[in-house]
Design a protein around this ligand. Structure first.
Ligand code: UD1
Length: 422
């Protein structure tokens, strides 16, 4: 197991480049199962969750491999419709293969997915929606067995705008007979990216990015070539890294519109932000100001995935910031580690009260989930002395060499083996 060692205190300065979005690449890779032929997915981040998706594709009979920043998938010979538990447990997005396999094979056999523990993460909305598409579901001994002689389009109204459920319905309905309408659909940019990819394969979907998505079933889809959107949470991570160090960064290959809610918070905290078409320039003051109230909401609201990262940043602001986590119930696991580093944070249910301190100090801390790991890196960039961060396997699920990017703009950060390990 590796850990990151960080000596904080250097203002970051220079330019960084954002990779493709993990949460867009994963459903798109699942969707490649549907193309009868070769798909080339560019700007696919080299992270462990993408590797897990490639492994699932190969298990299903596709020929999938990485070539530079692209993943190439030949889905001509899909021959399996099951996914073993060990592969399902690797990540949450393995559940996205359910819709894709059903649309390709008319049947699927999976288990419950894994992923970061952010509180209960049921898939009841996914399964209820699939039933509305005339798909029969049997749950036995932890396996979910689905059969669709011929899936039929339907109107599906989601109780909440679940990102994963919206994506799974889009995938399952794309070859269903007739029209499917998703009401109260998630509106995240990653949904629009999946829609664009599927349309590029020959699907007929519109409404992505609004709360009503319409899918006209088509007979068949084909392989295609596509470029994944930039990762908005990696973008936010660099913004917070600049903010907490009083630095100046040019963040390249971004879609500024996708991080508007976080940019507003950064401006309240006293940062100057300018943007071009695909670049954000951020300049932070020597000391940030607190931000009264941050509530996580579905897009275009403040993203839950940015909550831990921005909390770490505001832990050294002047004043009191209040966070309300409205998407996941168990998403304050980074707080004990931040507190060990000197932050003053109290949590009560879904609320966290952050009283800014002058500076954090180095400690040995452990990440408990992906964005919590990024939050600890951001905190360590400010901390006086040495911070050792273990649990880096979480970071590697979603970031491609974050430490290299940060050290290229002046951070003192490196990866090493944990002591007592060879
Ligand atoms: C996706 C993102 C994750 C992000 C989240 C919210 C991926 C791979 N992950 O996760 O990074 O934090 O969106 O933006 O894209 N829910 C149910 N039943 C269901 C499905 C969801 O109750 O069947 C609940 C969840 O427990 C959660 C809420 O709905 O409280 C939102 O979850 P959802 O939007 O589905 O998140 P994910 O797709 O898991």
């Amino acid at each position: 197991m590796s850990m990151l060692v960080v000596e904080g205190g250097t203002p970051l300065e220079g330019g960084v480049y954002v990779h493709g979005a993990k949460n867009a690449a994963l459903p798109i890779l699942a969707a490649t199962v549907l193309g009868n032929g070769v798909s080339v997915v560019h700007n696919c981040p080299n992270i462990t969750d993408v590797n897990a998706a490639v492994n699932i594709l190969n298990h299903l009979g596709c020929r999938a491999f990485r070539d530079g920043d692209s993943v190439i998938v030949d889905s001509s010979d899909v021959c399996r419709w099951d996914i073993p538990e060990s592969m399902m447990r690797e990540m949450r997005s393995s559940v996205m293969f359910l819709g894709a396999i059903l649309a390709r094979c008319g049947k699927a056999d999976i288990t419950y997915p894994g992923g970061c523990e952010l509180g209960p993460r049921p898939i009841d909305l996914h399964l209820k929606a699939l039933e509305k598409l005339s798909i029969r579901i049997d749950e036995k001994l932890g396996r979910i067995n689905c059969r669709a002689c011929k899936a039929r389009g339907s109107e599906i109204s989601l109780d909440m705008p679940s990102v994963g459920a919206t994506e799974n319905i889009m995938l399952a309905a794309v070859t269903a007979k007739g029209e499917t309408v998703i009401v109260n659909a998630a509106q995240e940019p990653e949904i629009v990216d999946l829609q664009n990819f599927l349309n590029c394969m020959g699907a007929k979907i519109h409404g992505g990015g609004t709360n009503v998505i319409t899918i006209q079933g088509v007979e068949q889809l084909y392989g295609c070539e596509y470029t994944v959107i930039p990762d908005r949470i990696e973008t936010v991570t660099y913004m917070a890294a600049a903010g907490i160090t009083g630095g100046r960064l040019s963040i390249n290959n971004v879609i500024p519109e996708h991080v508007q809610a976080v940019a507003s918070v950064m401006k309240c905290a006293g940062c100057d932000i300018m943007h071009g078409e695909s670049r954000i320039d951020i300049s932070a003051p020597p000391r940030l100001k607190s931000v009264d109230y941050i509530r996580t909401m579905p897009y275009p609201g403040f993203p839950t995935d940015a909550q831990a990262i921005i909390m770490a940043m505001l832990s050294v602001s002047q004043g009191v910031s209040v966070f309300s986590e409205n998407i996941f119930s168990g998403r304050f696991k980074h707080v004990p580690a931040l507190t060990m580093m000197g932050a003053n944070i109290i949590t009560e249910g879904r609320t966290a009260i952050v009283r800014g301190v002058n500076r954090l100090y180095g400690a040995s801390v452990k990440a408990e989930d992906l964005r919590g790991a990024a939050a600890l890196v951001v905190a360590a960039l400010n901390a006086e002395g040495k911070t050792e961060i273990s649990g880096i396997n979480y970071l590697d699920r979603g970031y491609c060499n974050l430490e290299n990017a940060l050290s290229s703009v002046g951070a003192n950060i490196y990866r090493c083996k944990k002591e007592n390990e060879i």
